[in-house]
Design a protein around this ligand. Structure first.
Ligand code: SAM
Length: 275
């Protein structure tokens, strides 16, 4: 996968906008960054750090655990997990610019001793085998159509007994041709699984204790409110980031809200274990 193609998803354009958000929140460019301030801007999934707390609880993280976050984005969940639990976290991110911003944010939060940022593709990348006690993925699997390889790589990264927690999308109804096109362009997502396929493929990869929960209803509400609030804040957002960034994010947020509202696009969270 090219890291340029994935930029078709407009959330990933101009990711350094987080520094403007921090300045706007009173954190200067050379200041240390308080994590509780950063957490308002660095979580690229739904329900912010509440969702990360859920993952921490479901995998029962302990301070000595080694954690891998696949598709770590700006590093929001990785830093929060490290600060909250004391675990060491490897944050693997595909896009070089996102990886660089994430690394800088971690340094300025003073969490570099717990969070190690790696740039690469989970399908190819620098991930040791049978190493991690816990693996997380928040809204990354949607970008990876080769699910057989993805699940195998995740399985191999875990030590026996290790757990995986994922929040992602699935095909809930039957996508129309237009929805498929919107997913491919606007979300850089091809071929989402149905829930039955997901369970079967995880079993084939060797996972056990698979527990999948449909999150479509609460996520539909969340993304609708996110799109509404963003548009309502137009004046402030344009002043902070300019017209182009506003227009891109407004389009992205409203596209996701529409996909959920129309009912064929679903969200789920899952936990599974390497026996
Ligand atoms: C929606 S963001 C979520 C980021 C983070 N997990 C969070 O919740 O804040 C998904 C991230 O996964 C990354 N990604 C996509 N495909 C990947 C791959 N094959 N290997 C590693 N990272 C990937 C993207 O570049 C993007 O930054």
């Amino acid at each position: 996968m090219s890291d340029q193609q994935i930029k078709a998803m407009k959330l990933y354009l101009r990711v350094e906008r987080v520094f403007a958000q921090l300045r706007d929140a009173g954190v200067g460019d050379d200041d240390p960054i308080p994590l509780e301030v950063l957490c308002r801007f660095d979580q690229y999934h739904y329900h912010g750090t509440d969702a990360v707390d859920e993952g921490i609880a479901r995998l029962a993280l302990k301070p000595h655990h080694r954690v891998l976050e696949v598709g770590s984005g700006l590093g929001g969940p990785a830093r929060y997990i490290a600060a909250r639990t004391g675990c060491t976290v490897t944050a693997l991110e595909l896009q070089p610019d996102v990886h660089e911003v994430a690394t800088e944010l971690t340094r300025r939060c003073g969490l570099g001793h717990l969070v190690a940022h790696r740039q690469g593709d989970i399908l190819e990348g620098p991930v040791p085998a049978r190493h991690f006690d816990a693996l997380f993925g928040w809204l990354v699997f949607l970008h990876i159509p080769d699910r057989e390889r993805l699940y195998r790589r995740c399985f191999e990264a875990l030590r026996p007994g290790g757990g995986m927690y994922v929040e992602d999308f699935f095909e809930r109804g039957a996508f129309t041709a237009e929805e498929r096109e919107t997913l491919a362009t606007g979300l850089y997502s091809r071929d989402l699984p149905r829930l039955d396929d997901l369970r079967r493929d995880l079993e084939r990869a060797g996972f056990g204790e698979i527990d999948i929960e449909d999150m479509s209803v609460p996520w539909t509400t969340f993304v609708a409110e996110r799109a509404r609030a963003y548009r309502a804040n137009r004046e402030h957002e344009v002043a902070l980031h300019g017209e182009e960034v506003f227009a891109n994010l407004d389009e992205f947020f409203s596209t996701v809200a529409r996909l959920f509202r129309d009912g064929n696009f679903g969200g789920m969270r899952l936990r599974a274990r390497r026996p």
